[in-house]
Design a protein around this ligand. Structure first.
Ligand code: FAD
Length: 289
């Protein structure tokens, strides 16, 4: 590991000052489950590492006017145990539960998961399906972004080196929206997703409304299957339509062949994952399709 300076601020303001002072030779560390691995093998020193894991204001889950606020420093374990998450966005618990093993979930944070921006991240699909927003703080002030704009490419977000991901907001109109998450890996635990998927929808009368389908590990970033969503929007709910949407989602994704799975196998998983998450979201709405 190359030498670097280490700063452990005790307030968010101090963290922002440190980031601004050392910009661009500065990196943020939270749980370290991803970044420490990167740091060990990095060819160059990051210069300065700002450890934000002691910032209590970066953690926590609460209802605010805009919706459900989850501090970026909240761990996967805290998400799994939280009553507000259980009540309003239970699919997030299913997603958090699949991240690594207990030790990884105890240290790894929601913010860290999103900022890694790996296509297989497990918190991305559910948050994308629920239209979550991220709040970002830097020396120039605060800005808000959709996740679609936040994810730029593999391991690339719209964050500048002097910006801190502060919180994730699930908009209030989507609290309680029926949603479902599924992950396919080579084994049940400690496996990166071959494909993961989430769907969220409302049912109005007997029709689909505000359908969202999000897929991970099938494109450079976690993506929405917007053509499949459009097929369902406003239509009368039926099993045939769900199956057709799942096939359309396959056409929208661009999975790769690698040592873990072939492109063809991943395409099958996209279809199954889309179908099952749509069916589960319908079941959560008490609708049998
Ligand atoms: C054994 C193992 C298994 C894993 N399994 C899974 C899995 O199944 N699914 C999955 O999705 N992930 C998995 N991961 C990846 C990782 O654990 C998660 O992505 C975790 O949520 C990262 O959070 P962290 O707090 O540890 O991030 P860190 O490692 O501290 O940081 C990760 C990145 O985010 C940046 N960062 C962190 N917090 C902020 C912030 N608030 N603002 C701006 N930038 C920030 C860092 O600079 C760094 O670039 C696994 C990792 C390990 C080691």
């Amino acid at each position: 590991m190359k030498p670097f300076d280490f700063i452990q601020p005790t307030t968010i303001d101090a963290a922002i000052l440190a980031l601004a002072e050392h910009n661009p030779n500065v990196r943020i560390l939270n749980g370290g489950t991803d970044y420490l691995v990167e740091l060990k093998h990095a060819a160059q020193s990051p210069g300065v590492v700002v450890d934000v894991s002691r910032l209590q204001d970066l953690r926590g889950i609460e209802i605010i006017d805009a919706g459900l606020r989850i501090g970026a420093g909240t761990t996967h374990t805290e998400i799994m145990a939280d009553p507000l998450v259980k009540e309003y966005v239970p699919a997030m618990i299913d997603a958090a539960h699949t991240v690594g093993a207990v030790q990884t979930r105890n240290l790894g944070t929601l913010g860290g998961n999103l900022v890694t921006c790996v296509p297989s991240m497990d918190s991305g699909p559910t948050l994308l399906a629920l239209d979550a927003k991220v709040i970002i703080l830097g020396s120039k002030g605060t800005r808000q972004s959709s996740l679609t704009d936040f994810f730029i490419g593999p391991r690339r977000t719209s964050l500048e080196p002097d910006e801190l991901l502060l919180e994730i907001i699930i908009p209030k109109e989507n609290l309680g929206k029926p949603a479902s998450f599924i992950k396919f890996g080579l084994r049940k635990g400690q496996a990166l997703a071959l494909v993961n998927a989430a769907s969220a929808l409302w049912v109005e009368g007997n029709k689909f409304k505000d359908v969202r389908i999000a897929l991970g590990a099938v494109a450079p970033v976690v993506m929405r299957a917007t053509k499949a969503e459009a097929l369902l929007e406003g239509r009368v709910i039926s099993e045939d339509l769900v199956q057709e949407a799942a096939k359309i989602a396959v056409g929208e994704a661009k999975p790769i062949d690698d040592f873990r799975a072939s492109k063809e196998y991943r395409n099958d998983l996209i279809e199954v994952g889309t179908r099952r998450t749509l069916q589960a979201a319908l079941t959560a709405s008490n609708i049998k399709n």
